[in-house]
Ligand binder design. Structure first.
Ligand code: MG
Length: 158
């Protein structure tokens, strides 16, 4: 069996918050607003995996109304969603993501982010890819007010 999953997320970028992408804190003057740590990349990945496995979505698994998830480490959320998918027999073939972020430059952080995601999912790094695009100065991304991520994954099961 082969299943594809798609995840999307957007967070506001505000001062006084850390910019966390894929479990890595990237030094910057703004970071993601949010109930959890705001890790927009891990949220999109979590939704892609849950969707492919037919298990629901991140809002159902970790309701924002639940005080347990306030300031939550999104690595733990992803780990627990992926554990649920693996218990159903799903294996990760590959995962790919696009981050829309005006600044800072993501490339210097890319390999660390890939390794971090690989470690959370217990998957080889070559199964995980992440790239970033700017907003070309246009719209909320281009003006530095938001960060968006699209993630896609392929899962297989016997
Ligand atoms: Mg989110």
């Amino acid at each position: 069996m082969i299943r594809v999953g798609l995840g999307y997320d957007l967070h506001r970028l505000v001062t006084g918050r850390a910019l966390v992408l894929g479990g890595i804190t990237i030094p910057f003057e703004r970071g993601e607003d949010g109930h959890s740590d705001g890790d927009v990349l891990l949220h999109a990945i979590t939704d892609a995996l849950l969707g492919a496995a037919g298990l629901g979505d991140i809002g159902e698994f970790f309701p924002p109304s639940d005080p347990r998830w306030k300031g939550a480490d999104s690595r733990k959320l992803l780990e627990s969603a992926w554990t649920a998918a693996r218990e159903k027999g799903w294996r990760l073939e590959n995962l790919d993501a696009v981050i829309a972020l005006q600044a800072p430059k993501f490339l210097p952080w890319r390999e660390r982010v890939r390794e971090s995601i690989s470690a959370i999912l217990s998957a080889e790094t070559d199964r995980i890819f992440v790239k970033a695009k700017t907003g070309e100065g246009l719209g909320p991304v281009g003006e530095g007010d938001a960060v968006e991520v699209w993630a896609v994954c392929l899962l297989t099961r016997d």
